[in-house]
Write a protein that binds this ligand. Sequence first.
Ligand SMILES: [Zn+2]
Length: 240
Amino acid sequence: MKITSIICKLPDFKAKVYSNGSPGANPVFVTVEKPDRAQISTIKRALDELEEVEYLQNDLLYMKTLGANPPFQNGREAVDWIKKNKAKILYADFSNSNVHACLNYSENDGITILINSKYKNDCSYPDVLAISEAIFHECGHGKDMDNENSIQEELNCLSLNVLAHRFYQKKYKGIFDNSNSFLYTQGVSLYPKLFFDFFKTALKNRIADKYGYLRSGDSKHPATDLAEDIKRIYESATYI
Ligand SMILES: [Zn+2]
């Protein structure tokens, strides 16, 4: 594959960057890499795991009550969506190393889900599950086929990886116990705690910090009270 630079839909900057700027002014630049056989295998394993994901019913109810609405009913729906839309899944070098994954949509190239190439050699069982969660999250962004984003859209997509993570924790007991890299502590293992275990203030502050510069909601993702709360926290913190 030709190496190319594209701009991601999902910039992931500290909120302060946007305190006097406009959303989307600081995109993440990525350089797509040609995956090798091992990486293709990791992605395939991740999709095989994702296909089996079913939400724990109490988790789903709790998530919806909180104000996050998963765009897919289970993992299989997302995998079917990937196949139907011929979405590509690749590794890429990101200008912002804190971004785990992102999604690019263009009318010409269609949908590309990109995983940060710093994870390209991560292929242990928990790594495969973590990558499947990242893919699930990005599928949620891709489903609306646009390049817009909002706090509510992030909440909805975060609900996907959180619900999948809790399913994996139940299915494979203890599987994430020794996984302490950035992908886990600032990603797949962090959000389940923020949604389910901690006071909601911690969840709101985290999302305000990362995504507070976005609109609270949009036409396809009307803001819930949770998204409005997060926007208020962001605005009061940055004096907009
Ligand atoms: Zn996202």
